[in-house]
Design a protein. Structure first.
Length: 209
């Protein structure tokens, strides 16, 4: 993940990034809870020529003249915040969970994680869901992310639930949602088995009469 030189002077105790800050596409997409590919698609204007599109403001770090196609695209954080407020939508977690266990085990979501493994090399320690815009600590965690104190990892909810977490409450909250999905699907399977048994019994009864 690219480090953000613009934030080297950010106060250590800052609770949020300033609206004037700029984020590279990778972090801008993370802030909006979408993929970099979706953000790139948003950047393409879908309105008639001469009218503004719906994407966040694009800022290219080039002084003088037009930016080249290979120049990195930076997004103004204030514009990202305005865009997020104007385009409220279910979180990526809600979308994944709505498809049941399939989404739980297959949809990749961003999670904040400790920078270094706490126990042994390669062992993840999760801090929280980076997709959760309602998390009161999310802005502060973006500060830590910008300062290189933490990282984010792309995991399925199932992988995250099976990982280590920095605190028990957050881990339990995520795990319980997965266990609830599992119980729901187990109950549906058991109900189908019971219905099949009843159908078989009725068929056998009709065959003997």
């Amino acid at each position: 993940m690219a480090q953000l030189d613009d934030f080297k002077g950010l106060e250590a105790n800052a609770a949020a990034l300033p609206g004037s800050a700029t984020l590279p596409a990778e972090l801008a997409a993370l802030y909006l809870c979408i993929t970099p590919a979706q953000l790139a698609e948003l950047r393409k204007s879908k309105r008639p020529e001469g009218r503004a599109g719906h994407s966040p403001s694009v800022i290219r770090p080039v002084e003088g003249g037009a930016a080249g196609p290979k120049d990195p695209v930076l997004y103004n954080l204030g514009a990202l915040r305005d865009f997020a407020k104007a385009h409220a939508a279910p979180s990526a977690f809600d979308t994944a969970a709505s498809t049941g266990m399939l989404g739980w085990v297959s949809a990749k979501l961003p999670f904040f994680a400790e920078l270094e493994p706490r126990i042994k090399r390669g062992k993840r320690v999760i801090i929280g869901g980076a997709w959760d815009r309602t998390d009161p600590l999310r802005e502060a965690r973006f500060v830590d992310l910008a300062k290189g104190r933490i990282r984010f990892a792309s995991l399925t909810c199932s992988e995250a639930a099976a990982s280590l977490w920095a605190d028990v409450a957050s881990h339990s909250a995520l795990a319980e949602k997965g266990l609830a999905l599992l119980r729901s699907e187990t109950q549906a399977i058991e109900a189908s088995l019971a219905a099949t048994a009843q159908l078989a019994a009725t068929s056998n009864s009709n065959a003997t009469t």
